[in-house]
Write a protein that binds this ligand. Structure first.
Ligand code: ADP
Ligand code: MG
Length: 276
């Protein structure tokens, strides 16, 4: 076994429980993302993937356990220190909304204008470099209405990396993309991680693309961690939950049918009463 320098651990969840108010979405969650790694967090719709991302950025605080970013317990950080911590993170939200009244260049320049005092020449250099990294340098002058959905996703990606974060969090970056744009985006996430030497946390339910680029995969469901490991080790698992997810089967331990509740039965009874 090789030992990892602790400074290489960028994000760490240790036996964490997360939720909203009294409601716990996930518990017993331990996750680690290191420098240079792509880590995929997978799970079905509503399993708590976005909730994990909110915990990583301290938008919500763990009900139990500890979430650390860059070696700091984020529940202990607030105000200016939290702002600085977040500045080391790039986030690509599920609806990575671009400013439609700004062109491509200005969308990517926005975080630089907000958070730095670098010169206009430095802004231009940095923005064109990041647009080049996503293959869209020559689209810098275009309006958002003039680019395709796949291109818009890449512009959002360039904007997320323009401050050169040490941790990038992607919430479903493949959603709504055609298979070609999807493959391009996945390879971009891998190459940007390698080039920037950052850690990337990728939230997705796309098995094929995420297994192709991830170093580590964590799978959540039914309120807990279902599986964790390398793509190769998970591909070989016989665990029925994991197999059902990987193979996309409707029948298996994860029920397709929403469970019948007394409230449903009562509702159905009342309807029958109405019809007679
Ligand atoms: N702001 C919120 N307040 C209360 N419950 C929420 C909130 N956001 C999400 N939830 C609930 O938490 C669960 C997990 O949601 P989410 O993390 O968005 O799932 P995913 O991203 O995996 O689809 C769902 O049951 C959802 O209804
Ligand atoms: Mg989500």
């Amino acid at each position: 076994m090789t030992t990892v320098p602790s400074s290489d651990i960028i994000l760490q969840f240790s036996d964490v429980a997360l939720g909203y108010g009294d409601f716990t979405v996930l518990s017993g969650i331990s996750i680690e993302a290191r420098k240079g790694q792509v880590v995929a967090l997978m799970g079905g719709s509503g399993s708590g993937k976005t909730t994990l991302l909110r915990a990583a950025t301290a938008q919500i605080i763990a009900q139990r356990g500890r979430v650390s970013a860059f070696g700091k317990d984020i529940s202990q950080v607030s105000g200016e220190a939290l702002r600085q911590l977040r500045q080391r993170m790039g986030v690509l939200f599920q609806q990575g909304a671009l400013f439609t009244d700004l062109n491509v260049f200005e969308n990517v320049a926005f975080p630089l204008r907000e958070h730095t005092r670098i010169s206009e020449a430095q802004i231009q250099e940095r923005v064109l470099e990041k647009l080049d990294a996503v293959g869209l340098k020559a689209a810098a002058h275009l309006r958002i209405s003039e680019i395709s959905g796949g291109m818009a996703r890449r512009v959002a990606l360039a904007r997320a990396i323009v401050l050169e974060p040490e941790l990038i969090l992607y919430d479903e970056p493949f959603a709504g993309l055609d298979p070609i744009s999807l493959g391009i985006t996945a390879r971009l996430i891998r190459s940007l991680t390698d080039k920037l030497g950052c850690a990337s946390v990728l939230i997705t339910h796309d098995v094929k693309e995420s297994f192709a680029i991830a170093d580590q995969v964590y799978m959540v469901g039914q309120g807990k961690m279902i599986a964790a490991g390398t793509p190769a080790s998970l591909s070989e698992t016989q665990d029925p939950f994991v197999r059902q997810f990987l193979d996309g089967q409707p029948d298996g331990p994860i029920a397709f049918h929403y469970p019948v509740t007394p409230a449903f039965s009562q509702w159905l009874e009342n309807r029958k009463g109405r019809r007679s």
